[in-house]
Design a protein around this ligand. Structure first.
Ligand code: PLP
Length: 406
């Protein structure tokens, strides 16, 4: 069991007030707050050790390179990857998925080749595939979810046809909290020679991930949701797939030699990391992963399961609140609408006046919103530092919204 008061004490921002009220931060699905160790690591990296990486022979450059490169191994072990060489470091999931779209998919897609997607993907796992549709005649095949927001892995497997080359699917919906059985999908896809890209932006924050066990080809994560800095992240790429990829961006660091008449690439994964990277952001991410690992992913998951159950019960008691997504085993994430004329933006504003931060809108999930038949929702997303008291604060404030907007 985690001591949540101690966990909270690691986050300086959680002791501030917003609009005269203690901050209740329920927007970690958008971006998580940062523990002191991450802030200190960033400060130290800039104030004591800063230099560019991979380029200099001087002491600071060696220290910076060592600290930066150490993060590759931390991401690998956090994701259960057998080798750190299968991790391409980047600015986050969006860059990771685009690296695969440009580097792996574009060279091998013929007109009519298919990508299977679930209806609950984030735009980051939709738009790059629309590029393939627009530019190369790829076909996007959408798999629907059930009424409770769950996704039947068999429905994804059934969508695989002779022209399917890739399944691009979320591990956890950023709107519904639905957790997808990606392992079953990956097993079937492998038997059929279809690659699977998993958007792990949300899942990796809340549960143990083991890419070798899942059997995926690509697994993308984003550092700012993992309690790390914005502009940090990484993607696991199965070695066979990495060998098939061509670089997405060109520039320094990803080449060994540049001549007038040609270039020699650096060896993977560096081949896929062009230019000066987010050095300090990445070093900060390393500190965040260490912090999460020390807490223990099982402990994090257990605490968040308690918050999920408590919030589910509390919200179920409000018959004027409709929660979208009630799939068993979902994450502690609640998108909802209220009876009456309260737009999610208005609800969010009322909550903010009480110090409660939530997200309102489409959550970068246009096709899901269409499927659900809602223009927008309010989303409360929980993290390891949240408490049952904060669920109560949300429920109290929702009563006020109900009075105002009924
Ligand atoms: N995928 C999911 C499920 C997300 O929730 C997000 C962020 O909200 C992303 C992808 C995009 O992450 P980033 O903007 O950090 O690249």
């Amino acid at each position: 069991m985690l001591d949540i008061a101690r966990v909270r004490a690691d986050f300086p921002i959680l002791s501030r007030q917003v609009n005269g009220k203690p901050l209740v931060y329920l927007d970690s699905g958008a971006s998580a707050q940062k523990p002191q160790v991450v802030i200190d690591t960033i400060t130290r990296a800039y104030s004591e050790d800063y230099s560019n990486v991979h380029r200099g022979l001087h002491t600071l450059s060696s220290i910076s390179t060592e600290n930066y490169e150490a993060v590759r191994g931390k991401i690998a072990s956090f994701l259960g990857a057998a080798s750190e060489d299968s991790i391409v470091m980047n600015s986050g999931t969006t860059e990771g998925i685009n690296t695969v779209a440009y580097g792996w998919a574009m060279p091998r897609f013929e007109p009519g080749d298919e990508i299977v997607l679930s209806i609950m993907e984030h735009h980051a796992n939709i738009v790059p595939w629309h590029f393939l549709r627009e530019r190369q005649g790829a076909v996007l095949k959408w798999v629907d979810i059930a009424a409770d927001g769950s996704l039947d892995p068999q429905a994804v497997i059934d969508a695989i046809g002779p022209k399917t080359k890739l399944i691009a699917i979320t591990h956890m919906s950023n709107v519904l909290g639905t957790v997808v059985d990606v392992k079953t999908i990956c097993q079937a896809a492998r038997e059929r020679g279809v690659a699977v890209l998993i958007d792990g932006s949300q899942a990796a924050v809340h549960m143990t991930v083991d890419v070798e066990d899942i059997g995926c080809d690509f697994y993308a994560v984003t550092g700012h949701k993992l309690y790390g800095p914005s502009g940090s992240g990484g993607i696991y790429i199965r070695p066979e797939r990495m060998a098939e990829m061509r670089p997405f961006m060109g520039g320094g660091d990803m080449i060994r030699e540049v001549r007038r008449d040609g270039i020699d690439y650096n060896s993977p994964p560096m081949k896929f990391e062009a230019g000066t990277p987010g050095i300090v952001q990445q070093i900060g991410l390393g500190a965040a992963l260490d912090w999460m690992t020390a807490l223990g992913m099982d402990n994090i998951a257990a605490h968040e399961a308690d918050l999920r159950d408590y919030a589910s019960q509390s919200l179920a008691g409000l018959n004027w609140v409709s929660v979208q997504g009630t799939a068993p085993g979902k994450g502690a994430m609640f998108s909802f609408t209220l009876e009456g004329n309260g737009h999610p933006h208005d609800i969010s504003t009322v909550l903010d006046k009480r110090g409660i931060a939530v997200r309102a809108g489409q959550h970068c999930a246009g096709p899901l919103m269409d499927h659900l038949g809602v223009a927008a929702t309010t989303r409360a997303s929980f993290a390891v530092y949240n408490t049952r008291d904060e669920v109560d604060a949300l429920v109290d404030a929702l009563h006020l919204c109900h009075e105002l907007f009924a």
